[in-house]
Write a protein that binds this ligand. Structure first.
Ligand code: ZN
Length: 478
């Protein structure tokens, strides 16, 4: 082998080695670029977190760009991005994550955008009868664009400020409130109170004057003038007549009460000259009055009560006395002899009692009995007072009655038998007796039934006093 050949061989060897080295480097470069890494940067367009209003804002995908940056060589490569999770055009409220992903060679990149769709629309609330705002709604409904029918969630409350509030909230806390002025929340009926007695009794031919009634309503106050009365009383015909008093408040709450008016045959006229007994009972009503009335009803006889207000808790018995046909006269409200201190004092006391009687019976009294009788000497420190009062009594249209028979029961401890004897002895001597008794006296009240039996058995007629009854006056000593 020549030395020249060896050199040539040497040259080829160098070329081969050089090529191999280049290939090797290229291979290493490929390895590095293939396996040597890099990263992908994703750049979102728009904000990484957004809030949208449900129903009005809609999501628009603004996209993202991704670039691969290799660690070696060139490697600024734009790569495609895939998008997932973007909310639909009319997506329900909620939180959505929009994910952007890119992949290049062995590198991957990911970015996330948060999209919150909020329900910012309050529910719709509709009250019925919007045309008549004097009524609170009879019904209502509520509907929400997200939650649907919310009628059952509507809350109502009286604000205490004259308005009723209707409130409904959706699941997202949006609230609708409507207030309606309370013009018609009165559900309480008025109250009617009769003037005078619930049961009244008249004789045929008497004039019936309706004492009327008063009415009050919790919201409107006094509404008496709106009371309507139905029914009629025919005083020409015996019977029981019912009057109905009705009143309504502005909101149609109605109340009614009734009054029975009994028209009875005229009282028997006194037979001839006498044999009449006018039983009179002073100082009540009191605890024995009810039994006395039962007894009088049992024998169907009528008497006269000269009433006082000494026991106000029995005041209502005056209504019953009157309703059962007895005569009611004024005795005194206080039954104090102080009323003889002056004419004013006397009339103040009489008027007080007259008003109580009117309140109970609806009828102005016409009879008076002086406390102590017109012969009393307990007013002697005011000379002439009884004489002056007697004249005024008649001038004012009253009649006063004393008595000509006393049961002696001004003495509270009188024996029943003694009271009976005093009365029988007195009436048996007279054609017309006005008998003084006191229905506050338990002992004498126990004598009444026997007195009645004796009178009826001996041809006496018991009558109540009236203004036209025969005068029975004591001799006035002052
Ligand atoms: Zn008396």
């Amino acid at each position: 082998m020549s030395k020249n050949k060896k050199r040539r061989l040497n040259l080829w060897g160098k070329i081969v080695v050089g090529c191999a080295a280049v290939l090797f480097l290229l291979f290493v470069g490929w390895l590095i670029s293939r396996f040597g890494g890099g990263n992908i940067e994703i750049q979102m367009n728009g904000s990484p977190s957004m809030e949208l209003a449900y129903g009005s804002d809609h999501y628009t995908e603004e996209g993202a760009t991704a670039v691969f940056r290799g660690k070696l060589f060139s490697s600024h490569v734009k790569v495609p991005v895939t998008v997932e999770g973007a909310p639909e055009y009319y997506a329900a409220p909620g939180t959505y994550l929009v994910t952007y992903q890119a992949k290049y060679r062995r590198a991957t990149g990911e970015a996330t955008r948060t999209v919150i769709i909020r329900d910012l629309t309050p529910p719709q609330l509709v009250l019925s009868n919007d045309t008549d705002q004097s009524q609170l709604p009879l019904s209502y409904y509520a509907y929400d664009d997200v939650d649907g029918d919310l009628t059952s969630k509507v809350m109502t409350r009286d604000g205490g400020d004259g308005f009723m509030y209707y409130t409904v909230s959706d699941a997202s806390g949006n609230t609708t409130e409507i207030k309606r002025e309370i013009l018609n929340h009165d559900t309480t009926a008025p109250v009617i109170t009769l003037n005078g007695a619930e049961k009244m009794t008249l004789s045929i031919g008497e004039t019936f004057e309706d004492p009327g009634a008063t009415a009050t309503d919790d919201t409107e106050g006094e509404i008496s003038e709106r009371i309507k009365v139905s029914g009629e009383v025919d005083t020409a015909i015996e019977g029981v007549y019912t009057l109905t008093y009705t009143v309504s408040d502005k909101f149609g709450n109605e109340a009614s009460v009734i009054r029975d008016v009994t028209v009875r045959s005229a009282l028997p006229t006194p037979p001839g000259a006498g044999k009449i007994v006018y039983l009179t009972f002073d100082d009540g009503p009191g605890p024995y009055t009810a039994d006395l009335l039962d007894l009088l009803a049992k024998y169907n006889i009528r008497v006269t009560f000269f009433v006082t207000n000494q026991r106000p808790e029995y005041r209502h018995m005056i209504a019953r006395e009157y309703a059962e046909g007895h005569s009611i006269g004024i005795h005194s409200a206080t039954h104090s002899y102080d009323i003889y201190a002056s004419e004013d004092a006397f009339w103040n006391d009489m008027n007080t009692m007259a008003n109580i009687i009117i309140e109970q019976t609806g009828k102005k009294p016409e009879l008076i009995r002086f406390i102590g009788g017109s012969s009393t000497t307990k007013a002697n420190n005011n000379p002439g007072i009884i004489s002056r009062l007697a004249a005024q009594i008649e001038a004012r249209g009253y009649a006063y009655f004393d008595w000509n028979v006393s049961s002696g029961d001004g003495n509270f401890s009188i024996a029943t038998e003694d009271a009976y004897n005093f009365v029988i002895e007195g009436i048996s001597k007279r054609e017309s007796s006005v008998v003084l008794m006191h229905d506050l006296n338990k002992n004498s009240m126990a004598a009444v039934e026997d007195i009645i039996k004796w009178g009826l058995g001996n041809g006496y007629t018991f009558l109540p006093l009236s203004k036209n009854s025969p005068t029975c006056h004591h001799r006035i000593s002052n």
